[in-house]
Design a binder for this molecule. Structure first.
Ligand SMILES: Cc1cc2nc3c(=O)[nH]c(=O)nc-3n(C[C@H](O)[C@H](O)[C@H](O)COP(=O)(O)OP(=O)(O)OC[C@H]3O[C@@H](n4cnc5c(N)ncnc54)[C@H](O)[C@@H]3O)c2cc1C
Ligand SMILES: NC(=O)c1ccc[n+]([C@@H]2O[C@H](COP(=O)([O-])OP(=O)(O)OC[C@H]3O[C@@H](n4cnc5c(N)ncnc54)[C@H](O)[C@@H]3O)[C@@H](O)[C@H]2O)c1
Length: 562
């Protein structure tokens, strides 16, 4: 069988579903290929969408009619605007979703998009002379297309670990993509390995909720999408508990049984969501670590313990959990595990996420070394819009770091590459005071209209919004008030950044005490101290160094020199 499409997307995770539907919204004939159609839009781990930096990405995606914000609104069972005590530029809209309602919302929207869903395993890429022609499936089927997006997530040559046990698979109970992985290596897409993990799932009926502090959902029902109305799902509370010395002792004494320390896993894991064994090992002076107990569903009793990702053997998982207040009788419904997988160096990509020198081939999502649903979805949008541009001969759609976190992410990935899983944070933007979650329509509305990828309803909303900015009552709106609040600081932020640019040759004394610089995070201190740059210019080229860190360092160097 031979089929012809404008765009084929391999992988129906967060990146793939956004890529396929974004391409379809631009008018492309699209096929979306996945191992199993039942797993469309599945959340591999935490049933939450958004947060600081990540919520900004979701709101930006929403301006282009992306799926994630609307699915999150449909499925929300707990909402929390993180960082509300700080300024609105760093507020992080975050919802916890009913896992199965979220997946069905994605399935429904993909189903209505005109995208053709195909079940199967992509094993090979098909080229004619030096041009990409399509993809071959394990059953011999060839699907032809002008453009191809690979969004295979954590599945390339993936292995799962629970204690001493190793299984093949990209997620528990699923396959691994070995043939495609080998083919990517063969065509020179050099790969490294990264790892991630997930905590055990708990049976909520065996948790002693009454003894724990509750975290209620926000009273005001804000929504993730600029279009959605609040849903009428009941809102559930989370609870907070903590590990203790006894928990740490159980974990320490089982260290030799952890694949992280036995040498079985070599890939680097995400810095900002380390496993509990890592936390106990690396932060040995801490007597306790916080755990959020987050309900996953309105219809079953699954609870996600946020903060105790682990790959220790299941009996150790049970043992350490039962040392924790409120979890003394807890039953595990699914064990935690780690997964190690291959990724492609994103410096091989241009700013449309197309592989340089291989016209028509795009990569999006965790394959590019990122971590998180939101980062994957944002890349899916970029790759999908631009694959449609190749497939249907349309203008490319480019994202700039001055006007979006999507632009920041694409720039960071394609210019700096990754040495560990990349997570969005507001510190990654030198324009972070201007890039707020609430003003995404203002920042990106015109780009979305020009990209011709949005509904009539969205277009009207954007036009109304842009017009209302000129009205005298604009400053009475929340966005107008935030604009006024930040106006004086935007100039200062601009000047500070210009100063960093003009001070690039400012020398950094040998043995400079980075730890004493106000505002430098532990990560930045570690990266700077280990690279020991001679000047600001060199510091700016260290992978992972954020603009916020460069500004803080600049101020400290000028002060030290004065
Ligand atoms: C154990 C674990 C824990 C995680 N924890 C979190 C978390 O707490 N929060 C968070 O935000 N992120 C978490 N992540 C990461 C998050 O799941 C990913 O960042 C996100 O899902 C990546 O999206 P993606 O679209 O790139 O890939 P995925 O969501 O992994 O989707 C990949 C898709 O590709 C398909 N596929 C792969 N190979 C082939 C092939 N050859 N042929 C056909 N189809 C193929 C798969 O079937 C799947 O549908 C975790 C991931 C894992 C595995
Ligand atoms: N790709 C991966 O491999 C992988 C694996 C695990 C985690 N992750 C990442 O981890 C993120 C989740 O990690 P996180 O721990 O930073 O959490 P988060 O980003 O989901 O939440 C942000 C903060 O809010 C806290 N929080 C949770 N519920 C809360 C509530 N009800 N009230 C107040 N605060 C609450 C969290 O503990 C966290 O400190 C994902 O978004 C993803 O990027 C990725």
């Amino acid at each position: 069988m031979v089929d012809m499409f404008d765009v084929i997307v391999i992988g129906a995770g967060h990146a793939g579903c956004e890529a396929a539907t974004a391409a379809a919204r631009r008018g492309a004939r699209v096929a979306l290929l996945s191992f199993d159609r039942a797993n469309l839009g599945q959340m591999s781990c935490n049933p939450s969408i958004g947060g600081v930096g990540k919520g900004h990405l979701v709101r930006e995606l929403d301006v282009f009619d992306g799926l994630m914000a609307r699915a999150a609104d449909r499925a929300a069972i707990h909402r929390r605007m993180l960082n509300r005590s700080k300024g609105p530029a760093v507020w992080g809209p975050r919802v916890q979703a009913d896992r199965s309602v979220y997946a069905s919302a994605i399935r429904e929207m993909v189903g209505q998009s005109g995208v053709r869903l195909i079940e199967g395993e992509a094993t090979d890429l098909v080229f004619a002379s030096d041009r990409l022609r399509g993809v071959k499936l394990s059953d011999g089927t060839i699907l032809n297309a002008h453009a191809l997006v690979i969004a295979t997530g954590t599945f390339l040559s993936a292995r799962l670990f629970i204690g001493e046990q190793t299984l093949v698979g990209g997620r528990t109970g699923e396959k691994s993509a070995h043939a495609l992985s080998a083919r990517l290596r063969e065509i020179g897409l050099g790969q490294g390995r990264l790892k991630t993990g997930t905590p055990p799932r708990l049976d909520g009926r065996t948790i002693d909720w009454a003894r724990l502090e509750s975290q209620h959902s926000d009273a005001d029902h804000w929504s993730m999408s600029f279009l959605s109305l609040p849903n009428d799902n009941p809102q559930l509370s989370c609870a907070v508990t903590r590990t203790n010395e006894h928990t740490h002792e159980v974990i320490r004494s089982a260290k030799s049984r952890s694949p992280l320390y036995s040498g079985a896993i070599g890939g680097r894991g995400p810095r900002y969501c380390p496993s509990i064994e890592d936390k106990v090992q690396r932060f040995g002076d801490r007597h306790s670590h916080q755990i959020f107990l987050e309900p996953e569903s309105l219809t079953n009793h699954a609870v996600y313990p946020n903060g105790v990702s682990t790959s220790l053997p299941i009996e150790i998982q049970r043992k350490f959990l039962r040392t924790i207040e409120g979890l003394e009788r807890v039953q595990i419904s699914k064990p935690g595990y780690a997964v190690e997988y291959e990724f492609v160096d994103p410096r091989r990509l241009d700013s449309t996420l197309s592989v340089k020198g291989l016209k028509g081939l795009f990569l999006a999502g965790q394959i590019n070394g990122t971590t998180g649903y939101e980062e994957a979805a944002g890349q899916g949008l970029v790759a999908g819009l631009n694959a449609a541009a190749v497939g249907c001969d349309l203008a490319p759609v480019l994202f700039d770091r001055t006007s979006s976190y999507i632009g920041v992410m694409i720039d960071d990935l394609t210019l700096q590459g990754v040495s560990e899983p990349y997570r969005m944070m507001t510190a990654r933007s030198e324009y972070r005071l201007a890039l707020r979650a609430d003003n995404a329509t203002t920042r990106l509305g015109t780009t979305a209209i020009d990209a011709a990828c949005i509904s009539v309803e969205r277009r009207k909303l954007i036009e109304r919004h842009l017009t209302s900015r000129a009205s005298p009552t604009w400053s009475d709106t929340p966005e107008g008030a935030a604009d006024a609040l930040y106006a004086p600081y935007l100039d200062r932020q601009k000047r500070e950044w210009e100063q960093v640019q003009s001070d690039r040759k400012l020398p950094i004394p040998l043995g400079f005490a980075y730890r004493a610089v106000p505002g430098l995070s532990g990560e930045m201190v570690e990266r700077l101290a280990s690279a020991s740059p001679d000047n600001l210019e060199q510091a700016s080229r260290i992978p992972g160094i954020t603009p916020a860190a460069l500004s803080a360092l600049n101020v400290a160097l000028v002060r030290a020199a004065a």
